[in-house]
Ligand binder design. Structure first.
Ligand code: ATP
Length: 620
């Protein structure tokens, strides 16, 4: 039975949402009203519910905290400081991740138990879809600092709470989490919360800036404020750019300022400031700088990279996204769940799968790689499941152990899983569910203990829609989906170039370096064939360069940025595309590509030449 004030609240929410068009003015700010409406019409929540928020189980909370480990570490000091400033007014402080799950909190012992009852506790989930309008959820949807005051809350369970919260963004503009200060009691006038909201927003910005400085240590960083005295202690704007001047990171105020001034976020620092004027700014003192083409003056300091650029650390630097994917995938794999790796062809899916195996608990077991696209369809079944002697005409007299059995105790890597025939998908699903394999012609099944990593450069969801891939298998395999970034988007390009060059040079038994112009061309090229193409280009350059340095002229013309003279009819020909697709899918191996196309190897070579296809490793 609802108490009178709860019933009154439920009536008010229902009346306002249902009669919005007829009311001269909503009794709550429009942000809150929009959220009430979504809570009721989109999320179908009951405003009369008195239940507290959902609480994560212990293992799930642990996982969320581990995932946000760096964010929490950087934020921790500010969470404590904010709590110190508001605790005497009986506020507790919570930090949530980008899903609204509370991963850190501070509360005084005197109100801990009441806060816990009200849901202000570690592990509580505050998404709009589950809890309706509340402080954290409103920040998640509006991405701005807000106060959700008492009866602004959607559910009657929360109408005594007052929450002021603010978003925290990473240097790429993605939401990292939400900082929140909540009280169990507060004055009825919502204006009483103005100061607390300001404090929460300030703390959120301090965390954002600290996270920014941590992430941008390898770049040039400009810190700016309209008042010189605040440039170092509380910079408003933070911008970071790399050796080539490309903007790599912005704090949210800088992102907003650039959008306001230039209509969008520019790509290069030279679009934001005059480069000569910028070069004159040092890290020795705060100086004045003007926006490009504008009169407004900023007080700025420019810091040179605090960490050495990748050139000096080719081995240590790995793209943070790839490293993070790897870290999470190891955890998933060690729980015996499959991992699905997606990414463009040549992006390094197999390399990733091998690294994953090497870091997992099964590192001492076998790693068996199967390219489903490279095995002819009529052989896949026997290759995977094996067969007993005399199972079919032409079978070896000794029988054959299937790849699944070979992977027993280790990892089975199914590359190009999208090419697996439907009938085999069904059998694979059964193996994964039952942990048993039946070789062809065998009367008994064999137990197998395998972990599966799959990879595909195709859009598996689209294959499912087309009925070419089993939906249940897609969901089973894709417990954890990792999408590797294409080479053009990787931030460790320089490190990769150095590493691959070292390997190629070693295999040719030479010592080789790269000239500046060649390096710039390698860094600036879009790499449609990803790391595989980079490796081929470097192998070629190692082979042709003279004097121990790769020059621009040692690179293929398309990488140099020169126009490739391919006859239009060639480049646009559908046959050329079909040939290219087959070659790429079969890793440029002529025989399997020819077999897949149903032509002879000689015909394939002839058409490749006629259509002007440049086979890797066959540069003139
Ligand atoms: N991180 C890396 N370090 C060194 N070499 C790499 C890396 N990633 C990929 N490569 C190289 O790039 C090539 C392609 O890698 P890989 O086969 O793993 O890509 P893929 O995305 O699985 O390709 P496909 O889409 O054809 O299956 C290989 O020669 C591999 O050695």
């Amino acid at each position: 039975m609802l108490a009178a004030n709860s019933r009154e609240h439920v009536d008010c929410v229902s009346r306002v949402v249902r009669n919005a068009e007829r009311l001269p003015q909503a009794p709550v700010p429009s942000l809150i009203f929009d959220s009430w409406r979504r809570s009721m019409e989109q999320h179908h929540l009951d405003p009369g519910s008195l239940q507290g928020p959902r609480i994560l189980t212990e293992p799930l909370l642990k996982e969320c905290r581990e995932r946000a480990e760096l964010f929490m570490r950087i934020a921790s000091e500010q969470v404590s400081q904010l709590h110190h400033r508001v605790r005497h007014a009986d506020y507790c402080v919570m930090l949530t991740d980008a899903q609204g799950q509370t991963i850190d909190h501070r509360v005084d012992a005197a109100i801990r138990s009441d806060c816990r009852k009200a849901g202000l506790y570690l592990g509580t989930c505050w998404s709009e879809a589950e809890e309706g309008t509340c402080g954290v959820a409103t920040v998640l949807t509006s991405q701005a600092a807000v106060t959700v005051h008492k009866r602004d809350h959607f559910r009657a369970a929360f109408i005594n709470l007052t929450c002021s919260a603010a978003p925290i963004f990473d240097p790429q503009g993605n939401l990292l989490g939400v900082m929140d200060a909540s009280a169990l009691q507060s004055p009825d006038d919502r204006r009483s919360q103005h100061l607390v909201r300001q404090m929460v927003a300030q703390s959120a910005q301090a965390i954002e800036n600290a996270f920014f400085m941590h992430s941008a240590a390898r770049h040039w960083v400009l810190q700016a404020h309209s008042t010189p005295g605040y440039v170092d202690s509380q910079p408003d704007l933070l911008l970071a750019w790399d050796q080539e001047g490309r903007l790599q990171a912005l704090n949210s105020k800088a992102r907003q300022a650039l959008r306001r001034r230039f209509g969008q976020v520019p790509v290069h620092i030279g679009e934001v400031f005059d480069l000569d004027a910028l070069r004159a700014v040092t890290d020795q003192s705060v100086q004045q700088l003007q926006w490009l083409g504008e009169t407004g003056v900023l007080h700025v300091r420019v810091n040179t990279p605090r960490r050495q650029p990748a050139r000096a650390l080719p081995h240590a630097q790995v793209d943070p996204r790839v490293e993070e994917h790897l870290r999470l995938a190891v955890r998933v794999k060690d729980r015996n769940l499959p991992v699905l790796v997606q990414g463009e062809t040549g992006a390094g899916k197999e390399v990733f799968a091998r690294q994953l195996h090497a870091r997992s608990a099964r590192r001492d077991g076998p790693f068996v790689a199967v390219n489903c696209a490279a095995i002819p369809e009529n052989l896949i079944e026997s290759e995977l499941f094996g067969y007993v002697a005399g199972a079919f005409t032409g079978a070896s007299s000794k029988g054959m152990t299937g790849l699944l059995q070979q992977a027993h105790g280790g990892t089975l890597f199914l590359d190009e899983i999208g090419d697996m025939p439907l009938a085999l998908q069904t059998r694979l699903l059964r193996v994964m569910a039952e942990g048993e394999v039946a070789p062809l012609g065998a009367a008994k099944t064999q137990a197998v203990d395998i972990q599966v990593i799959c990879a595909s450069h195709r859009d598996l969801a689209a294959l499912v829609n087309d009925g070419r891939f089993r939906e249940d298998l897609y969901f089973r395999l894709g417990c954890a989906r990792v999408t590797l970034p294409p080479l053009r988007e990787r931030t460790d390009k320089l490190g990769l170039i150095n590493r691959l060059l070292e390997q190629e040079a070693r295999s040719c038994a030479i010592t080789v370096g790269i000239g500046q112009a060649a390096l710039e061309a390698l860094l600036g090229y879009a790499w449609p064939g990803n790391v595989r193409q980079l490796r081929h280009v470097l192998a070629y350059a190692c082979a042709v360069c003279e004097g121990g340095t790769i020059q621009l002229t040692d690179l293929p013309v398309e990488v140099r940025g020169e126009r490739v003279e391919v006859e239009v009819e060639h480049s646009a020909s559908p046959e050329r595309q079909v040939l290219l697709d087959a070659l790429v899918r079969h890793r440029w191996k002529p025989l399997p590509a020819a077999q897949a196309l149903g032509i002879s190897r000689a015909t394939l070579y002839r058409r490749v030449k006629q259509l002007g296809i440049d086979m890797p490793g066959k540069h003139p």
